[in-house]
Write a protein that binds this ligand. Structure first.
Ligand code: HEC
Length: 117
């Protein structure tokens, strides 16, 4: 419960402060994804879940038009937001449940929505 409160506060802060423009949300989602990757390597599902919640928030900003920071995110994300969100929800719920099948969602999403796999 404590962890939930902390991550909710983190997301609240990031949503209002960090995502003032596309570049900031690009950097925020990449940092969050990096943290997801590090947590995956460490087998730390709780940390993965916290980072996934931040990524979920950061990807809500459509950076197709105004993103200048280099990004590996495909514009298809914002053209297929429902499908993307459903993969993102998998990441959030399965990491939250410490379910090892979460690793399938990494590949599934990267294959369609990330330039480099
Ligand atoms: C719902 C889609 C989605 C899921 C699920 C997902 N990723 Fe990603 N990931 C992306 C996208 C899109 C990028 C590129 C972001 C960018 O460059 O702006 C990315 C980037 C990354 C990066 C590179 C970050 C950087 O810029 O250095 C790592 C590492 C990564 N993901 C690991 C993972 C791991 C590990 C999992 C599963 C536990 C996972 N991702 C699940 C969409 C996803």
């Amino acid at each position: 419960m404590k962890r939930l409160i902390i991550s909710a506060a983190l997301i609240g802060t990031m949503a209002t402060v960090a995502f003032a423009n596309g570049d900031e949300s690009i950097l925020a989602r990449q940092a969050a994804m990096k943290a997801v990757g590090a947590a995956a390597k460490a087998g730390d599902f709780a940390a993965m879940n916290t980072a996934a919640l931040v990524a979920q928030e950061a990807f809500k900003v459509d950076t197709t038009e105004d993103g200048f920071a280099p990004t590996e995110a495909r514009p298809e994300i914002w053209a297929n937001m429902d499908a993307f969100n459903s993969l993102m929800n998998d990441l959030v719920t399965k990491s939250g449940a410490a379910d090892k099948s979460v690793f399938g969602s990494c590949k599934a999403c990267h294959a369609d929505y990330r330039l480099k796999n």
